[in-house]
Design a binder for this molecule. Structure first.
Ligand SMILES: [Zn+2]
Length: 105
């Protein structure tokens, strides 16, 4: 049986969620990104996520069982995971941490 290398699995417990706020001018709304705990964001029904460090796309994994891993996010793209300041893979990659080449805006 293959053993899963847990240390390589990314678990980002904080991410950015897209919210709307009233413009400073008072007319209409403008989108902005807010850092939030993944578990909390899911509870609040947030649907748009991105990495708070590299702004790359992330996939959210919701906690399914009571004693399972807490809800978390992981980079969709390996390239982001390898270069993100928050990624555990960055330590093994050659380059320095950088922003995503395909940021979510
Ligand atoms: Zn990232």
């Amino acid at each position: 049986m293959a053993t899963k290398v847990e240390s390589k699995a990314e678990k980002l417990y904080e991410c950015e969620v897209k919210r709307k706020r009233v413009r400073a001018s008072g007319s209409g709304y403008e989108p902005f990104w807010k850092v939030k705990n993944v578990e909390e964001a899911l509870g609040d029904g947030d649907t748009e996520f991105r990495c708070k460090d590299c702004h790359g796309a992330v996939k959210v994994h919701r906690r399914h069982i009571a004693n399972g891993p807490a809800s978390h996010a992981a980079h969709k793209l390996k390239a982001d995971a390898e270069h993100c300041a928050a990624g555990v893979l960055v330590r093994e990659a050659a380059g320095e941490a950088r922003l995503s080449g395909t940021p979510v805006v």
